[in-house]
Design a protein around this ligand. Structure first.
Ligand SMILES: [Zn+2]
Length: 424
């Protein structure tokens, strides 16, 4: 395959007239300032974007759970009600539509933080990995890669309170049983199996070390002040300090949210090489608070972005959230460069795909063309278009050398029809 991009994000900046050749799913050559050849990709061409944190089933809550008062904790009861109804066939249909919606917005790889493992009451399906297998199949049918972050979830509170109600579907009993089940997962070439610790609320301290050293390893961290307070009461330290004590931090680990951190927590994350996944649209919807994104970056923490609750699936909105939240918090402008924002939005390494996320020879051939002629983007300079674009401006998506979106339409899934079917 050969493409020609008038503007493409190459070597950390916008390059003009870039000829891009693809062979066996990877970039064979990338040549700026070239003569036109091959199929023209209009607008600004970016690397494929990585959605580093998703719970696919939360999509059913969009547009239904935003009014009225409450908090993260009252929202969680509504989320649990949605979790109670799914089975493997239903989850396959829902996740396929959701992942195809992600593809339309420019996402070529999803990190699915997966804890909805078992049937109601915690009963095992005939295949104990039936729900995870459904998610892996869903990503394949939507044309994107997936890292199934299979999640260890054992307790309801930091103090070890047992799971109850719908939470019983999440639990494997102990870390050994979880590891045995996960070892039996089989994946295709489009998928990786990673691990996740749901949070310090859901995994007893004594079992944290059993996951230390796994990669990629993700963990919800300090999304809520209550988690910090409960952790201090039980363990006498912050959640970040608890993870550090048990060897969980490190370059293969990504902390999700990392909203309410002490200065010491920021330093521990930076010194250990741990990454942080920000989820700006979810964090504002759930009134979580603002995390120290710039301070984390200054301490050399690699940042990534996730749609999390999928109340919004738009990587450009997450990109803008990363910068604009800092502006609101500091009353000053210009905290992240366009390059830093695109690097975060295309952080496939956080999902274990270190060979993706940039348009360069040898890397996985993921491309996203963003229109510069829509009502939102017309007039934008290409190097600032990410501050104006939305997912609706994505016109073409190539994932691993395969065309999955053309002229704004998914080539494999009728996304509006399938979403309507699973959500109405
Ligand atoms: Zn989450």
């Amino acid at each position: 395959m050969r493409f020609f991009a008038e503007h493409a994000w190459v070597d950390g900046r916008v390059r003009r007239n870039v000829r891009i050749e693809i062979a066996d799913g990877r970039f064979a050559s990338v040549t700026p300032d070239a003569e036109p050849a091959g199929e023209s990709l209009p607008g600004l061409v970016l690397p494929g974007l990585a959605n580093a944190h998703s719970h696919a089933f939360h999509r059913v809550l969009r547009g239904r759970t935003h009014s009225g008062r409450g908090s993260f904790w009252t929202w969680r009861e509504q989320m649990y009600a949605a979790a109670a109804t799914l089975d493997p066939d239903g989850y396959l249909a829902l996740a396929r539509a959701v992942y195809a919606e992600m593809a339309l917005a420019g996402i070529t790889c999803v990190g699915e933080f997966h804890y909805l493992h078992h049937a109601p009451g915690g009963v095992r399906y005939a295949d104990p990995n039936a729900m995870g297998a459904a998610l892996i199949q869903a990503a394949d049918e939507a044309g994107i890669r997936i890292t199934l972050l299979d999640t260890l979830y054992l307790t309801a509170h930091v103090d070890g309170t047992p799971l109850r109600g719908v939470q019983e579907r999440f639990g494997d009993g102990d870390a050994e049983s979880w590891a045995q089940r996960v070892a039996a997962l089989s994946v295709g070439r489009h998928a990786l199996v990673g691990a996740a610790i749901h949070s310090v609320r859901a995994v007893p301290a004594a079992q944290l070390a059993l996951l230390a050293g796994r990669a990629p390893l993700h963990v919800h961290l300090s999304e809520q002040r209550a988690e910090n307070e409960q952790c201090r009461a039980v363990h006498g330290c912050t959640p970040t300090e608890l993870l550090d004590r048990h060897g969980v931090l490190g370059p293969g680990t990504t902390a999700v949210h990392a909203t309410h951190l002490t200065d010491g927590d920021v330093k521990l994350l930076g010194d250990s090489g741990t990454g942080v996944c920000l989820c700006p649209t979810t964090e504002r919807d759930l009134a979580d608070g603002l995390g120290p994104a710039r301070r984390l970056a200054d301490d050399c923490v690699p940042l990534s972005l996730g749609s999390d609750s999928n109340a919004v699936i738009d990587p450009f909105e997450e990109i803008r959230g990363m910068e604009m939240d800092e502006r609101l918090a500091t009353e000053s402008r210009g905290h992240f460069s366009a390059g830093e924002l695109i690097t975060a939005a295309a952080n496939h390494a956080a999902l274990g795909w270190a060979d993706a996320g940039v348009i360069a020879p040898g890397k996985r051939a993921d491309l996203v063309a963003v229109s510069l002629e829509s009502v939102r983007t017309v007039g934008s300079r290409p190097d600032q278009a990410i501050f104006a674009a939305t997912g609706a401006d994505v016109t073409h998506v190539i994932s691993g050398g395969r065309r999955i979106v053309a002229d704004g339409r998914h080539t494999l899934v009728d996304v509006p029809r399938e979403l309507a079917k699973v959500l109405s």
